[in-house]
Ligand binder design. Structure first.
Ligand SMILES: [Zn+2]
Ligand SMILES: [Zn+2]
Length: 316
């Protein structure tokens, strides 16, 4: 199974700012100067490949959307602004299979605002099957597209749309995927999805507030769901200090996310839902802190940490 990240920002889209771009450019110029001095025989591509990732790449500005695929089967999770780009790719690929499966965690704006820009939704040849633990998902999407907010109503989007309500603890089969859910701590609630193919497990758990307290009930309560997962995408929006001052907002501090992942025996953890107030370098600095923290709590950790970056693909 492969997991592709199409949107990784939390709360609202966060494009690269001019000042941040200029800072990156300065660092790139300095890196290129050093690389050319040390390796005068390098061609331009070798020079580009050698520039450190935080400078030459951006984490991305789109809100949450994830694609999971295995051979020719595909699942889509959430419809943040990253969904617009995925929609263009789906149209370009023009697969003969025109049925798409979209699983929704919850309907905060950063998880649905890409939907009105999803190209396959305007094509009558597509059938879009929604899955969620939200009974009135259709009317919530209709509300987003009332004429005061958007010029095209949900009904005017020509694709066929079906809505499937997921009951608590229901296990869903969308061949070849087996999917189960868990209700997370978040205002208005949010579903985590566990996807299994053969003996591999991927969990998508965005938008949740895990308490740093050692006796927090979710440490034990969520253990059976998360235990030994091969790959997990987990909310890690804040620094520890921000998490402390944002209690009840429904998001987790990065070090706390690492703490839980280590405790639950997760093998690979992708830290996501980056705060729109943080620029790339602040997020990389939080990530560095998270790596050091992991070393401090485990001498030989089996957990591997990754920072969610738009466009990255993981093999599970
Ligand atoms: Zn969110
Ligand atoms: Zn939310």
């Amino acid at each position: 199974m492969q997991v592709k990240l199409w949107g990784i920002r939390g709360s609202c889209p966060a494009p690269l700012k001019r000042k941040e771009f200029q800072e990156k450019m300065k660092k790139i110029i300095y890196s290129v100067y050093q690389i050319c001095k040390d390796h005068p025989n390098y061609g331009i591509q070798e020079v580009v490949d050698t520039i450190p990732s935080p400078y030459k790449k951006t984490l991305g500005g789109n809100t949450t959307c994830i694609e999971v695929y295995h051979e020719k089967s595909k699942l889509i999770f959430d419809m943040g602004t990253g969904l617009r780009l995925l929609g263009k790719e789906i149209v370009k690929q023009d697969s003969p299979d025109k049925e798409l499966h979209i699983l929704i965690t919850h309907t905060h704006w950063d998880h649905i605002q890409g939907w009105p820009f999803f190209a396959p939704a305007f094509d009558p040849n597509y059938t879009i099957q929604f899955y969620s633990a939200i009974k009135d998902l259709e009317s919530r999407l209709e509300a987003q597209q009332q004429s005061t907010h958007f010029p095209v109503s949900l009904g005017e989007m020509k694709s066929k749309k079906k809505f499937r309500f997921l009951k608590k603890e229901e296990v869903l089969h969308i061949n070849p995927f087996q999917i189960s859910t868990l209700q997370l701590i978040h205002p208005g609630r949010c579903s985590a999805y566990k996807i299994s193919v053969s003996d591999k497990t991927f969990i998508f758990a965005t938008d949740t507030e895990l308490s740093p307290e050692k006796d927090a009930p979710e440490r034990k309560a969520y253990l059976p769901f998360f235990q030994n997962a091969d790959l997990v995408v987990l909310d890690a929006q804040y620094s520890l200090k921000e998490a402390e001052s944002s209690k009840g907002w429904g998001h987790t501090g990065m070090l706390t996310a690492v703490d839980y992942a280590q405790e639950w025996g997760i093998k690979n953890l992708i830290l996501t839902h980056h705060d729109p107030e943080h620029d790339d370098m602040q997020i990389y600095s939080l990530f560095q802190e998270a790596r050091e923290y992991l070393k401090s709590i485990s001498k030989a950790p089996s957990l591997r940490l990754y920072l969610a970056r738009e466009g990255d693909i993981y093999n599970v």
